[in-house]
Ligand binder design. Structure first.
Ligand code: ADP
Length: 488
């Protein structure tokens, strides 16, 4: 057995329903493997609709008591959960690298980032303020209160196995809601480890339930979560096609839906940019997590007059990246999550080069084998190539050329996605104009890393609905109730 896994105090190979560690009703399980070398890490229950119904029923039963707990007490439990995550940071990070593949330094960073949502919403729990509105008649008074929405279903991806869970579960619990989580099939161990710590923090049974299942069973579990009338809110992070399906399914009982879907982030470098800063920002945005984040720069637009200089600087930075297994030594880039991810990267590169793009660096599977891939730069890329239309989700930086500001804005907005965008410029008029013109939910201006628990994360267009993190993140799990007092 992998030493990281066998030494982990947080490893569990059962799902977590109603405060108990349980097998699937069918008795079936599926394997969790290490993407760096394919080794078997653990088996976890392969649950189906019946198990999901049990988890939803447990959440429903736990709800009345939890919503009655004063926010200050809910906050104290969340705060303890945060403290425990930080105390077990190294163990969580190692488990994450083992099942997800990211370099250990990035995994440690994600544990801190994931925990920050728990800390933040522990604080926000106490600030779910209502409103008093001037009445519309002499004898009328209007009040608005916020109440927890009810049972929440959270379906999460593998690229941030901890943070994508905490940024849904922490605000849900803070608001007074119980949650059923279906973690990604590639990374259930981190989800189960979080439940160990939540239990240790004193969270009552039934408030966090973890239903693990294989890729094959995800549609069955997803259908139950999105059609069961007890569930009042579905929060999903993942691909756009699955998000659309879940939204369609959730419409049958008119559930509130939050979706964090695919991106296709433009990264624009204007001729007045600090090129070194732009390269640093791009390195962080593009190659973090092997290019597997929904806010990774996907299309790099560089103004003609600085194109060659930028490519040269980028080449020397990318050339210094160390590729290797995340648990071994100081690496910057781990493997891709699976072979399908490698196939997509290869398809994008082949399409670009067959249509006139040039490989300036990398471009092929890494000598390490498996799903390791060379950090890649493509030049002379144009809007008609696949890399312009689809999210590559891999370590490929395609560099497009543009002449004018308007052209850059038009090219950047030429996408059905609208999650994040980035641009580098030193001109304040340009900064304001471009920021207002880009059709995305988030923009990094002279900055390549924008995610923080204090700011609203989310997209426009087909990148999603709703916001996570920040004070707005709590509203996703609450309903407004208007009280009209007459005869006053
Ligand atoms: P990715 O391509 O990043 O794996 P997915 O959207 O397929 O993105 O996966 C994100 C999450 O959605 C995972 O937890 C996955 O198991 C889940 N999922 C995939 N298909 C479905 C489905 N039909 N119903 C519910 N969940 C699903």
């Amino acid at each position: 057995m992998n030493p990281v896994v066998s030494h982990s105090a947080l490893l569990r190979n059962r799902a977590y329903i109603n405060g108990e560690w349980v097998q699937a009703h069918s008795g079936q399980s599926f394997a969790v493997t290490n993407p760096a070398n394919g080794e078997h890490l653990s088996d976890v229950p392969d649950m189906g609709a019946e198990d999901t119904r049990a988890a939803i029923a447990a959440a429903e039963a736990a709800w009345p008591a939890w919503r009655a707990v004063p926010a200050k007490e809910r906050a104290a439990i969340l705060r303890r959960w945060f403290d425990l995550m930080m105390e077990h940071k190294e163990d969580l990070a190692r488990l994450m690298t083992a099942e997800q593949g990211k370099p250990l330094a990035e995994a440690r960073g994600e544990v801190g980032y994931g925990a920050s949502f728990v800390e933040w919403f522990a604080e926000e729990a106490k600030r779910a303020y209502g409103d008093v509105i001037p009445g519309h008649g002499r004898d009328k008074r209007i009040l608005v209160i916020k109440q927890p929405i009810g049972v929440v279903a959270a379906i999460t991806p593998w690229n941030f196995p901890i943070a994508m869970i905490t940024r849904k579960v922490a605000p849900a619990l803070a608001a007074g809601c119980p949650v059923v989580v279906k973690p990604a099939e590639d990374t259930p161990l981190c989800a189960l480890a979080l439940a160990v710590l939540a239990e240790k923090a004193g969270l009552p049974a039934g408030l966090v339930n973890i239903v693990t299942c294989s890729k094959a069973r995800a549609p069955e579990v997803g259908e139950e979560l999105t059609t069961n009338p007890v569930v009042r809110k579905v929060s999903f992070t993942g691909s756009t096609p699955v998000g659309k399906l879940l939204m369609r399914q959730a419409s049958s009982t008119v559930k509130k839906v939050s979706l964090e879907l695919g991106g296709n982030a433009p990264f624009i470098v204007f001729d007045d940019a600090d090129l070194d800063a732009a390269v640093t920002g791009l390195m962080a945005s593009k190659y973090r997590n092997t290019g597997q984040t929904c806010v990774c720069a996907n299309r790099i637009y560089v103004q003609s007059s600085v194109y060659d200089a930028f490519v040269e600087k980028l080449k020397s930075a990318v050339g210094n990246l160390v590729v290797g297994p995340g648990l071994e030594g100081e690496t910057h880039q781990g493997p891709l999550i699976n072979q399908a991810a490698v196939d997509k990267v290869e398809r994008h590169i082949a399409d670009a080069t067959s249509n006139g793009a040039r490989v300036a660096l990398g471009g092929k599977a890494h000598a390490l084998g498996g799903t390791f891939f060379e950090p890649t730069i493509l030049t002379d890329v144009t809007q008609d190539m696949l890399v312009a239309r689809e999210e590559t989700f891999g370590p490929v930086a395609p560099i497009f050329r543009f002449e004018t500001e308007d052209q850059a804005i038009t090219m950047a907005n030429d996408s059905e996605f609208g999650l994040a965008a980035y641009f580098y410029s030193q001109n304040i008029q340009r900064i304001w104009h471009v920021a207002e013109s880009l059709e995305t939910g988030m923009i990094g201006i002279n900055d390549g890393i924008i995610s923080t628990e204090t700011a609203p994360f989310g997209g426009v267009k087909e990148s999603g609905l709703g916001r996570e993190g920040s004070r707005y993140g709590l509203d996703e799990f609450m309903e407004l109730k208007y009280l009209c007092l007459g005869g006053m």
